[in-house]
Each structure stands twice: as structure tokens, then as C-alpha cells.
Design a protein. Structure first.
Length: 58
């Protein structure tokens, strides 16, 4: 993770911290369209289960 923000660059730290915890997902046919955002932990569980063939619809 990046160092804490300084008075000179609070937005740079905030942007990188945000990217580390949020995974935006878009429709590949509409790449500039809206995105669904998932927290990184949930996305990791979903992709891990999907790769292992363990994710099922409810």
C-alpha cells in the first residue's frame, strides 16, 4: 500500500487506495458504460470459486 497522504498530494494516495479495494466490472461490449463495483475481497472469493468450479447461482 502507498504511504499515507501528505498535504501536497492527498488525492494521489486516495486514488491508489481506492483502486486497491474496489474492482470495477464492465460489459466488454460497452467498455465506456457504467461499472458494477465490488470490494476486492468479494471479487477474489468469486473469481477463486469460479476458477475452482465451486460458484453456483442462488
Amino acid at each position: 500500500m502507498s504511504p499515507p497522504p501528505t498535504r501536497a498530494s492527498p488525492s494521489a494516495w486516495t486514488a491508489s487506495a481506492f483502486q486497491a479495494v474496489v474492482v470495477p466490472v464492465r460489459d466488454s461490449k460497452v467498455p465506456h458504460g457504467p461499472a458494477l463495483c465490488f470490494d476486492a475481497a468479494s471479487w477474489a472469493v468469486f473469481t477463486g470459486e469460479s476458477k475452482a468450479g465451486q460458484h453456483h447461482r442462488r
